[in-house]
Design a binder for this molecule. Structure first.
Ligand code: GLU
Length: 445
């Protein structure tokens, strides 16, 4: 980075000490922007970079709730409303014990650029809590969601801030959160949350959208090399909503998916993951993935092991941030990986990304490859506005178009930035330009 960029970066570091994930996310974006800032000095004159790294609003609150034993528990809730230049704040809620301000800010910062890339009118935000849903009863989940929304409701609205799910927040949690919002406000504001149940304002294909979109993005990347997914072997990490539907779409398109994982270990199933069984284990039983191996003879459970290193041409990390370090990347290459598309947010460490680029492995960052989820959330908002519900096929067709557009936008921007084929540079540059132009139009704030 040049000297003036380093100064802005250092100021950001000083203001945000002890926030390693946020610093990492900012660094990845800033590294890409130098050529654009040199050729477009008005962004520097308008202090876009200094402003874009500072959230418009950060909300932290106490969430007190009672567990099944009647004991009062206290968690911390967050909502970081990062940037509203392109539309209402939009982004998910994460419930996970690792959640802290750094994690929420990195996710919110990424969301600005991701949402811009979708071409829809959505700003960037993220929220959540350090609440650990693991091992909690359904009643405890409900009471926690109600307590969380009792504070959050005053900050959100269909044209203000529209939360959705992320890790630990799925259809069940969105239901409880929505119920409490409705009870407090006495309003059926369908557009205040996305990821809703399909009988009360949800969009068909929203559940599938992030995983499907990641695979569609990978398909677009392969097409630039004259290749197709059919016949390829795919390694996937994670076993949540993103991973499950990445498995499903990859298999629909003729690939064989041989791995999934959770924080305890991984599954290697050389005959191909049985997606119906995986859904039963994760969505119905809410069990660990070791349960999958117990129920399928072709599958092997590898306790404590990541899924990488098995023979595969494609890797889709769909678990969590920084899950793939340089050693994991080396394992992937040993297995024959030629393409990585991120289904999770920031799953590759900085070192792993550098290695991938040096090895000429095709690499697409999450803010491009996993944008199908939030893009379909915006389609859900559109359906809520029009009081209508589109068919699964119609939503999926729009998702396909959006992913193809994001892919092409990234490639074009990578050329504009003088680094053709670098999806990371392309995603950062294209997202930045869109937001920066809107910020300039709207004046200093
Ligand atoms: N949490 C998802 C993401 O990382 C989806 C956000 C949304 O639908 O608003 O993009």
């Amino acid at each position: 980075m040049d000297a003036s960029l380093e100064m802005i970066y250092d100021e950001m570091l000083q203001r945000n000490g002890e926030q390693p994930e946020f610093q990492q996310a900012v660094r990845e974006v800033m590294n890409s922007l130098e050529p654009i800032l040199v050729s477009h000095p008005h962004y520097t004159d308008a202090a876009i970079l200094e402003r874009i790294v500072e959230p418009e609003r950060q909300i932290m609150f106490r969430v007190a709730w009672q567990d099944d034993a009647g004991i009062t528990r206290v968690n911390r809730g967050y909502r970081v409303e990062f940037n509203s230049a392109l539309g209402p704040y939009k982004g998910g809620l994460r419930f996970h014990p690792t959640v802290n301000l750094s994690v929420i800010k990195f996710l919110g910062f990424e969301q600005i650029f991701k949402n811009a890339l979708t071409g829809q009118q959505i700003g960037g935000a993220k929220g959540g809590s350090d609440f650990d849903p693991h091992g909690k009863s359904d009643a405890e989940i409900m009471r926690f969601c109600q307590a969380f929304m009792t504070e959050l409701y005053r900050h959100i609205g269909p044209h203000t801030d529209v939360p959705a799910g992320d890790i630990g927040v799925g259809g069940r949690e969105i239901g409880y959160l929505y119920g409490q919002y409705k009870r407090i406000t006495n309003r059926f504001d369908a557009g205040v949350l996305t990821g809703k149940g399909i009988n009360w304002g949800g969009s068909l294909a929203r559940t599938e959208a992030t995983g499907y979109g990641t695979v569609l993005f990978a398909q677009n990347m392969l097409a630039t090399k004259g290749e197709v997914l059919e016949g390829k072997t795919v390694a996937i990490s994670g076993a949540g909503n993103v991973a499950i539907y990445a498995v499903e779409k990859a298999q629909q398109l003729g690939a064989k998916v041989v791995t999934v994982s959770d924080s305890s270990g991984s599954i290697y199933d050389p005959e191909g993951i049985d997606v119906a069984l995986l859904k039963d284990v994760k969505e119905v039983q809410r069990a660990r993935i070791s349960n999958y191996a117990q129920r399928r003879s072709s599958a092997e459970y590898r306790d404590g092991a990541k899924p990488w290193g098995v023979p595969a041409q494609i890797a889709l990390p769909c678990a969590t941030q920084n899950e793939v370090n340089a050693q994991d990347f080396a394992q992937m290459v040993k297995g024959g990986v030629e393409l990585i598309a991120e289904g999770a947010n920031m799953p590759l460490t900085h070192a792993a990304i550098e290695e991938a680029k040096a090895a000429k492995v095709l690499y697409a960052p999450g803010k491009a490859a996993n944008a199908g989820g939030v893009a379909t959330s915006a389609l859900e908002m559109q359906q809520n506005d029009g009081q209508t519900q589109w068919t699964f096929a119609k939503v999926e067709e729009k998702l396909e178009q959006i992913m193809a557009n994001i892919h092409d936008t990234c490639l074009e921007a990578s050329e504009q930035a003088g680094q053709p084929g670098d999806y990371q540079v392309g995603a950062n540059v294209a997202g930045f330009i869109k937001v920066a132009n809107a910020m300039i139009d709207q004046g200093i704030m």
